[in-house]
Write a protein that binds this ligand. Sequence first.
Ligand code: KG4
Ligand code: ZN
Length: 336
Amino acid sequence: MRILGIESSCDETAVAVVEDGVRIRSSIVASQVSTHAIYGGVVPELASRMHLEAIDPLVDQALMQADVGLNDIDGIAATQGPGLIGALLVGFSYAKALAWARHLPLAGVNHLEAHICSLQLLDNPPGFPFICLVVSGGHTNIYHVKEPGAFTLMGQTRDDAAGEAFDKVAKMMGLSYPGGPAIEALAQKGNPEKIKFPRSMLGKDSFDFSFSGLKSAVARHLHETPEMSPDIDDDRLAHVAAGFQMAVIDVLSTKLIAAAKKKKCADIGIAGGVSANRTFVDILSERAEQHKINVFSPPLSLCGDNAAMIAARGWEMIRNNQVCGLADDVYSRIKF
Ligand code: KG4
Ligand code: ZN
């Protein structure tokens, strides 16, 4: 079954053609990041307008790259939520219209479930049941994935998402948007042990996260120590980046391994923008190995927002007859 996937929940317009939920025939992402970077973050109105301009040519391009026509498509999958309402409306309305005109089934995909499904696109995917962390600019959610399509939320952030903390700390340090890659690059030159920032664990049985205290600690450190102290002098910002990054990685890794042990899972998956962080992947893999747990992470092209993961999740939904109609609407937040 060949699915056309469409993603427009935030600042990437993406279209993909995926076969049987696992084989990517084409996957194109048009990023708006350079436009939003001027403003230091995503401007929703601009995002909607740019999706509108990009979507139609991207669909043509994705079909052409996959070497198929609309007649060869068996179903359509589009992100229904969560995300920016205006942005979601562009992709979802386009998908509704196309599905209606071509008499094709339409899956309204949950963006977070799709990030989890990015792992099924790996040549060697995690085995069920597994623990999955969806970690991005908007979410830090730990799921127990019992079987395909069965996602149970075990914990989530109570304030900032991990990616949001990267972005905000980067802004305080005068680094560019998005902050994650900028902090990771700077951290390479720093010593993560030099400045010990707090780790908020919220009790040892909790799978929830809190990153606002860490963010404030970095802000305090930057304000309270304006003079270069002799031992950290001109590498100070690099040490701050490394110390901050290590604090985030420490909390994420500790909770993921605890969740895998609690649910007796041999595999952990990570997905979403922050899973592009190599230091995170390496440290988590090293620590998990000590507990005989394997770690799976998507290639860079599937870490951030993309439409291949939307098509992968949509394929599961359409096969299970979880389809939607013209009356269905987008949603900005998850409905529990
Ligand atoms: O999944 P994504 O592309 O969009 C959302 O759904 O939010 O994630 C974007 C987030 C941003 O906060 C960005 O700073 C973060 O992922 N990110 C990183 C890295 N690359 C992207 N965070 C840490 N290290 C990275 N290398
Ligand atoms: Zn995302």
